[in-house]
Design a binder for this molecule. Structure first.
Ligand code: ADP
Ligand code: MG
Length: 372
């Protein structure tokens, strides 16, 4: 029993005790005053008090007590009736009257309570609905604003991309000119070569970042086809094997050869998986183990990419998939957001399990093409 229930029981007991005491006082008064005062209507007071405060059965009980008090005071204070049955008959009528009053009173109280509850529930539901609407409106407004900003950013990125192309072309031309000039004059181009290389790598980096922004902002509609993941993954992983060797990363593949096909846009899916592999490599700067697995899980294919790299802090894990969240000095924070979008648009889910210092596992669930 909790505190509120305890309190309510206490007040019920107190009210019933008060009603009983009042009934006794009225009984005594009735006895001593006899027919002179005729106070039987006052018995309604304790009866109604008990019914209102302590419920129907307490009301009946006090009503019965009042009837008894009236009956005994009437019989013992010396009143005379033509028939000895008359006081019993009067008492019965009084008791029935009390019963009806208690019944009506408690029924009224009951319906009043229900009405109150319904109003409270409806008000709470209305309040939640209003809050939800407000939240949705705000989210819509925010999405519209973000949409405009995103479109602007994509346009700017697009505008920068072309001049960057000609800058890198011109850098190549300058390099060639420089070499021709150096050959004819017999001087060295070593210092200029270093500068040119640096400029080229910066231009390359800007182009890559722009590429990621544009890819995220203008994701094309996916063109799906049934893809057999085992063959697809084997082929693509062979393609990245040299990069893994270079980074001293051992690759383990646990790919179920009987995995049924999935209906996906192969290029988008590979970009999504490649983002995860690239993050895994970043998390293992001194090399490590990368595991790519693909298994059947009910009506879904489960593809997971695990590394035994640095893992993530709780704070980092909480911000995963949020666009522009990055802990890397040269990161864009768009890789995971893009991956999640691709997976979601394919009707799948992506999750991450990570332990600081031990590694991370990203799992992608994709519905099988034909749920067999
Ligand atoms: P970026 O790679 O440009 O930083 P991502 O969206 O790909 O952007 O990743 C966001 C952040 O999530 C990373 O900066 C990194 O902190 C964290 N992260 C993602 N994958 C891993 C991983 N396998 N191990 C540790 N941290 C990771
Ligand atoms: Mg990344």
């Amino acid at each position: 029993m909790n505190r509120i229930e305890e309190r309510s029981l206490q007040s019920k007991v107190l009210a019933t005790a008060a009603a009983v005491a009042l009934a006794m006082v009225l009984g005594a008064l009735d006895y001593f005053t006899g027919r002179d005062w005729a106070i039987s209507a006052f018995y309604l007071l304790p009866t109604c008090l008990a019914a209102w405060m302590a419920g129907r059965w307490a009301g009946f009980a006090v009503g019965a007590l009042c009837t008894g008090a009236w009956f005994f005071s009437d019989v013992f204070n010396g009143a005379t009736y033509q028939s000895p049955l008359i006081p019993a008959w009067n008492a019965t009528m009084l008791f029935i009257f009390f019963l009806v009053v208690v019944w009506l009173l408690t029924a009224f109280q009951h319906s009043h309570y229900h009405l109150e509850q319904t109003v409270e529930q409806r008000t709470a539901a209305l309040r939640t609905e209003i809050e939800e609407r407000k939240r949705l409106e705000q989210a819509k407004l925010q999405a519209e604003r973000l949409g405009v900003v995103g479109a602007m950013a994509a346009q700017v990125a697009h505008e920068i991309r072309n001049p960057l192309g000609s800058i890198s072309l011109n850098l190549d031309l300058i390099g060639e000119e420089l070499h021709a000039f150096a050959n004819s004059s017999g001087s060295s181009t070593a210092e200029c070569d270093v500068l040119l290389r640096e400029m080229r790598s910066q231009v390359f980096r800007i182009r890559q970042v722009l590429q990621e922004y544009l890819r995220f902002a203008r994701m094309p509609k996916s063109e799906r086809a049934a893809v057999s993941l085992p063959a697809f993954l084997e082929e693509k992983l062979n393609f990245v094997q040299p990069l893994l060797d270079q980074k001293h990363v051992d690759l383990s593949r646990t790919i179920d050869p009987n995995l049924p096909p999935v209906q996906v846009d192969a290029e988008q899916l590979w970009e999504a998986i490649l983002n995860l592999i690239s993050n895994a490599l970043d998390a293992m700067p001194d090399g490590g183990n990368l595991t790519v697995s693909a298994q059947r899980h009910g009506a879904e294919a489960l593809v997971s990419i695990s590394d035994n790299g640095r893992g993530m802090t709780e704070e980092e894990a909480r911000h995963l998939f949020v666009p522009f969240f990055t802990t890397k000095s040269d990161g864009t924070g768009l890789g995971l957001a893009y991956t999640q979008r691709v997976v979601n648009e394919h009707g799948g889910k992506i999750n991450c399990a990570t332990a600081r210092g031990k590694g991370s596992t990203f799992s992608i669930q994709l519905p099988l093409a034909v749920a067999a």
